[in-house]
Design a protein around this ligand. Structure first.
Ligand SMILES: CC(C)(COP(=O)(O)OP(=O)(O)OC[C@H]1O[C@@H](n2cnc3c(N)ncnc32)[C@H](O)[C@@H]1OP(=O)(O)O)[C@@H](O)C(=O)NCCC(=O)NCCS
Length: 219
């Protein structure tokens, strides 16, 4: 019986096209493995998997199935987890001032892309990537992570639920406190739901039901 050995690490220069193809899988679009490198592939090939972005760092973790070197000469990565500060959300709170925006960026993270190549699914690679991404965010001091999942992607919604995430109902808000301010965000009404998880072991995401509405919050 053969055992698959999975290694999760930050993407390295040379992983760019593989990362881009997996980003396409996560977004449900076919970007293929050939042709000119797009901006993500170019950035990964130049800087690796830790990229400077507004309000902090984006991190691209990849899953490698063999001990063979990744990159231009090795096999493409079998999975990707890409996390970053939720830039658009932070920019929507300019009235809080740059200090509070920075604290928001330090507390919140978005799991923007998660995908495993079709041939490699069902072996625990997605779970390993998610858990490595959460560990990294926790070490960086993040308190809450969320992912946007398409409304019609019920398999992924169930998958996240089984891994401790609470999903918003369409239009339902997430209310989050950063000390001096309380912020609120939702799915944006563009065909997604949010999967939300606290990264603090002592706090959890709860659904609070009011008379005519409900929201998710951390306590
Ligand atoms: C969602 C996705 C990332 C999961 O990746 P995966 O590698 O198949 O995930 P896992 O193998 O960890 O889990 C899948 C199932 O395999 C099972 N499994 C089989 N062998 C396993 C093992 N050795 N360890 C853990 N789970 C295992 C698990 O039980 C799990 O089932 P469950 O959810 O009922 O518990 C993948 O299906 C995917 O890329 N989908 C398309 C893109 C997408 O929808 N992304 C999410 C939104 S951005």
């Amino acid at each position: 019986m053969s055992t698959i050995v999975v290694r999760i690490c930050l993407a390295r220069p040379g992983d760019g096209l593989g990362v881009e193809a997996l980003a396409g899988v996560a977004l449900g679009i076919d970007v293929g493995m050939q042709g000119a490198a797009g901006p993500v592939a170019t950035a990964i090939d130049q800087y690796g998997g830790r990229l400077a972005v507004p309000y902090g760092w984006a991190q691209a973790l990849v899953a490698c199935l063999t001990e063979a070197p990744q990159g231009a000469d090795g096999p493409p990565p079998a999975g990707l987890a890409y996390t970053c500060p939720p830039v658009r959300l932070i920019e929507a709170y300019t009235e809080l001032g740059s200090g509070a925006q920075q604290r928001l960026a330090q507390a919140l993270a978005e799991l923007e892309l998660l995908a495993v190549a079709e041939h490699a699914r069902g072996s625990g690679i997605g779970t390993a990537l998610l858990s490595a991404a959460e560990d990294l965010l926790r070490r960086d001091g993040r308190h809450l992570v969320f992912a946007k999942i398409r409304l019609d992607n019920q398999k992924a919604q169930l998958w996240f639920r089984r891994r401790g995430y609470l999903l918003t109902a369409p239009g339902e808000s997430v209310i989050f406190n950063i000390g001096e301010a309380t912020i609120s965000f939702d799915d944006g009404g563009d065909g997604y739901r949010l999967a939300v998880k606290s990264l603090d072991a002592s706090r959890h995401v709860h659904r609070v039901r009011a008379r005519t509405s409900s929201y998710l919050t951390v306590r």
